[in-house]
Design a protein around this ligand. Structure first.
Ligand SMILES: Nc1ncnc2c1ncn2[C@@H]1O[C@H](COP(=O)(O)OP(=O)(O)OP(=O)(O)O)[C@@H](O)[C@H]1O
Ligand SMILES: [Mg+2]
Length: 398
């Protein structure tokens, strides 16, 4: 073995790590108690408790910003419910499906996923939807079960209306004592309004809204994890408070708070330090922001990427500019790239979307009888700018 590498590995093994249990900072780790979600846990548990008497509970929709504990709370409550049901001979089965991560976006895919969960493999496409619906129905009707279907990130489904309609309809058609209940989880408060009226009424669930955590609550959550994850002196109260404050500034996102702490500690640990410093935290913040923006830009649709490139090019020369300037540049760029250009109206919509994503700021201003336009400027640091330029150059082959 090369001596240099040998030394690196042996130093690594000998060195005391900052961490005692790094797993405690990962997204899948389940702490003993979930702080500051007692009310939400109780509320959801109360809604689902009738299953323990073999009754059908209401359907539920859970809303809230990202990182406010929607997923973890639903998982905890369902798990406890299943365990309690098992101990009292009331079989309850929960199926957890993350629609976005598992790419379950159509009615068919959801039904196929349920079939698989209930023990019947079906092709992932190809059968008539009616047939697959019948299979799910038969599986549920042939045994006596209470099935709780958790649909996480349900708003990402293209056919949310049809899918929800199907699984709620099963209940009305069952002839045995089986029951089906849906727990939908979404970031989008307008999700309900996007459903077809007949679905809204057949679904008619209870709604739970999770508020963002404030800085004090985030501090408690971080402290609980830190006790588990680090050597006693590795992370002081100041670092925890700063992580909490940074995450609270955005929208009380516990995932962001935990990420900041984990990345800062990794940076400190990697350089052989025994304590995490403010500098590590600053570097962690930069790194996470850069990773986030990279992921956002990479997943933008092509046309938005072309619009964004146009904005970057104009932004390099001007501090502020208007929709028309972007459109002119965009139009010429489409010709060069041999893309079919969108209308100015659509481009204007894409510009608003980029604003919502926080990549640019686009303020609508009235120009009196000349209508309205947007005053556009970039909302990025130099580091982010050069990273985005590099990504777009690669994606658009510029
Ligand atoms: N009250 C809490 N106590 C401890 N950890 C928490 C708490 N709330 C959230 N977390 C942690 O924060 C992270 C984000 O939580 P969760 O995944 O439940 O958020 P979410 O609301 O589902 O977000 P998204 O909308 O992005 O899916 C997870 O790692 C989770 O363990
Ligand atoms: Mg979630």
């Amino acid at each position: 073995m090369q001596t240099k590498l040998k030394r690196l590995f042996s130093d690594f093994v000998d060195r005391d790590s900052i961490f005692t249990n790094k797993d405690a900072l990962t997204p899948t780790y389940l702490p003993e108690v979930l702080l500051h979600r007692e009310k939400e846990i109780e509320h959801l548990a109360n809604i689902l408790a009738p299953t323990l008497k073999g009754e059908r509970p209401s359907n539920v929709l859970i809303f809230g910003w990202t990182g406010v504990g929607k997923t973890i709370v639903s998982k905890v409550v369902c798990k406890e419910l299943e365990d309690f049901g098992a101990s009292t001979n009331q079989p309850i089965r929960t199926v957890y499906i993350n629609c976005k991560m598992e790419k379950i976006n159509t009615e068919y895919r959801l039904l196929a996923r349920l079939c698989k969960e209930l023990g019947l493999e079906v092709p992932i496409t190809g059968l008539p939807t009616d047939e697959i619906y019948k299979s799910v129905y038969d599986l549920i009707n042939s045994e006596q079960i209470t099935l709780i279907i958790v649909l996480d990130e349900v708003d990402s489904m293209d056919q949310a209306s049809a899918a929800l309609y199907d699984i709620t309809r099963i209940n009305y058609e069952l002839t045995n004592k089986s029951k089906v209940c849906v727990v939908g989880i979404s970031n989008d408060l307008n999700f309900i309004d996007s459903l077809e009226p007949k679905v809204k009424s057949s679904f008619s669930g209870e709604e739970l809204v999770f508020a963002p955590y404030d800085a004090t609550q985030l501090r408690d959550i971080l402290n609980q994890r830190a006790k588990e994850a680090f050597q006693p002196e590795a992370v002081d109260e100041g670092i925890i408070s700063k992580c909490a404050a940074l995450a609270a500034q955005e929208h009380g996102d516990a995932r962001r708070a935990l990420n900041l702490l984990r990345v800062a500690a990794e940076l400190a640990d990697r350089t052989g330090k025994q304590v995490v410093t403010e500098l590590d935290l600053e570097r962690a913040e930069d790194r996470i922001d850069l990773e986030t923006i990279t992921a956002v830009v990479k997943t933008l649709p092509r046309q938005s990427q072309v619009v964004l490139w146009s904005i970057l090019e104009i932004g390099a020369e001007n501090v502020q500019f208007a929709t028309g300037d972007v459109f002119d540049y965009y139009h010429r760029l489409c010709n060069t790239l041999k893309f079919k250009p969108l209308t100015q109206r659509r481009v204007s919509d894409l510009i608003s979307e980029l604003d919502i994503l926080g990549i640019i700021t686009a303020k609508v201003i009235s120009k009196g009888r000349y209508g309205r336009t947007r005053e556009i400027s970039l909302a990025l640091s130099q580091k982010q700018l050069s990273k985005i330029r590099a990504i777009l150059r690669e994606e658009l082959m510029l």
